[in-house]
Design a protein around this ligand. Structure first.
Ligand code: PLP
Length: 461
């Protein structure tokens, strides 16, 4: 199979940036800005690259829905045979809607509530990755109540250093995630005696945007030792889940994680213990496959700076504001080779100083009305978006070859007030009058609210 390098699905042709065979400016003129744009073949290429790299281990690849839970993108991966890594009842619902088989769904997260646990057990997900002793107790109690068995792995905290932003390390002992090895041993002993809890394996997930295989190997060596000692004690463990976190290249000169190398290095560690592998990639699959397209509203020279004010904001892509993350910015119109470049701040329209995409960035000369692409915006962009400043969420568009579809509509102003209720009684002058009880606002359950006609065209629960 031919494996293309990343960004190769986004190229200049005839002076315009294309996604596969589609001129992105044309989509922009049709759907308006801002919007997210995904390349089908980039997504597919990333998935196949990963599957190919790990093929000798025949892993269960569980797409981490938190990176981007769009139903169409999820369905593309489900159709390719992927499973799903979920973190909430909502993600379980979406994963099932997208067609992931429950037998390939793994459920992690330090704060699963009883309803979510019940939902997962009823749907018969492959396993719950347990993050505390109390959670294990609740899972046992819930499974008993439902008269079901619960398959679990414990999420170990391997306490390894990872070179990434401190907000996205998860495998250090000061992080809230996972269980220490000493406690895990005790809990596995309990599990061994339980008639309800069935052990599946061990789980680690050490962080996100990791670009070196070293911390994976260190964590896996530690987890592997525990796996062996537990098996010696008679526990029927089969799987080692190494989580996700595979880093991508956001910046020229900063390479992604070499997944071929990672796969090669972990191979003997799994083979020698005949363990089956689970991986939970999110960013690696969808990150490079997506762009956020925005238009320059104003160019403003203030003090010593030039601001490019665009119509997308931190509510649409929060990574630069939250982590100081870097996204390449490209003009949809190909810049001429001789055009001067300028140093600018690319900022959004929100009322926050932290609302920026790039500070002090050298860009080719950019004019008002021009379109820009924020590259590698397929992961943790839409999924972390909000409607802060009452900004309806942008639509999502999928391109495949020379065709494209809106796969999520632009939200409307009506969507912004969906579910809000104004109690009539608050504003009636007859508060003390005898018929005040007649004005009591009826209590509307969340499910009924969801069904109220508000012009919302999305997926109903
Ligand atoms: N698995 C777990 C348990 C996670 O918490 C996350 C993300 O934080 C992932 C997988 C996916 O990470 P990434 O998108 O970096 O691959």
């Amino acid at each position: 199979m031919k494996i293309m390098n990343h960004h190769s699905y986004f190229n200049y042709k005839h002076g315009e940036l294309f996604c596969e065979g589609v001129c992105i400016s044309e989509v922009a003129r049709r759907v308006g800005t801002p919007f997210y744009l995904y390349s089908y073949n980039s997504l597919m290429g990333n998935y196949r690259k990963l599957a190919h790299a790990f093929s000798k281990l025949s892993p269960l690849i569980c797409y981490s829905l938190k990176a981007n839970g769009n139903l169409t993108l999820s369905k593309i991966l489900a159709t390719e045979g992927a499973g799903a890594d979920i973190l909430s009842g909502g993600e379980l619902y979406k994963a099932l809607q997208a067609g992931f088989s429950p037998g390939k769904i793994v459920f992690a997260g330090p704060g699963k509530n009883e309803k979510e646990i019940e939902y997962a057990l009823k749907e018969n997900v492959f396993m719950l990755n347990v993050e505390s002793a109390s959670e294990l107790k609740l899972i046992e109690k819930t499974a008993q109540r439902l008269n079901r068995k619960a398959r679990v792995s414990l999420r170990l905290n391997p306490d390894v250093e990872v070179e990434t932003h401190r907000y996205i390390t998860t495998g250090k002992k000061e992080n809230k995630f996972g269980i220490s090895f000493s406690q895990a041993k005790k809990l596995y002993e309990k599990i061994a005696k339980s008639r309800i809890i069935k052990p599946v394996g061990v789980h680690i997930h050490i962080g996100s945007q990791i670009t070196s295989p070293v911390p994976y190997i260190k964590a896996l060596e530690k987890a592997g030792e525990l796996f062996d000692s537990l098996k010696e004690k008679g526990l029927n463990l089969q799987y080692i889940d190494i989580g996700g976190g595979f880093g991508i290249s956001y910046e020229k000169g900063k390479p992604p994680l070499d997944i071929e190398e990672l796969a090669k290095k972990i191979y003997p560690l799994l083979k020698k213990r005949e363990a089956k592998l689970i991986i939970e990639p999110g960013r690696f699959l969808v990150g490079p496959a997506g762009l956020l397209i925005t238009r320059v509203l104003y160019k403003k020279r203030g003090g010593e700076k030039t601001f490019i004010i665009v119509d997308a904001g931190m509510n649409d892509l929060i990574r630069p504001s939250l982590y100081g993350a870097y996204h390449q910015i490209k003009k949809l119109k190909e810049p001429g080779k001789t055009k001067p470049s300028e140093v600018v701040d690319v900022v959004g329209p929100l009322c926050e100083t932290g609302d920026f995409f790039a500070l002090g960035r050298s860009l080719p000369e950019t004019l008002e009305g021009e379109y820009l692409a924020l590259m590698d915006a397929g992961a943790y962009s839409f999924s972390m978006s909000s409607v802060y400043n009452a900004r309806p969420r942008p639509p999502e568009v999928l391109v495949k070859e020379d065709r494209w579809w809106i796969i999520r509509e632009r939200e409307t102003y009506q969507d912004l007030i969906r579910g809000e209720v104004i109690p009539d009684e608050l504003f009636s002058s007859s508060r003390n009058s005898s018929d005040s009880s007649a004005r009591t606002f009826p209590i509307v359950s969340p499910s009924q609210q969801g069904k109220k006609e508000t012009g919302y065209k999305g997926f109903s629960q």
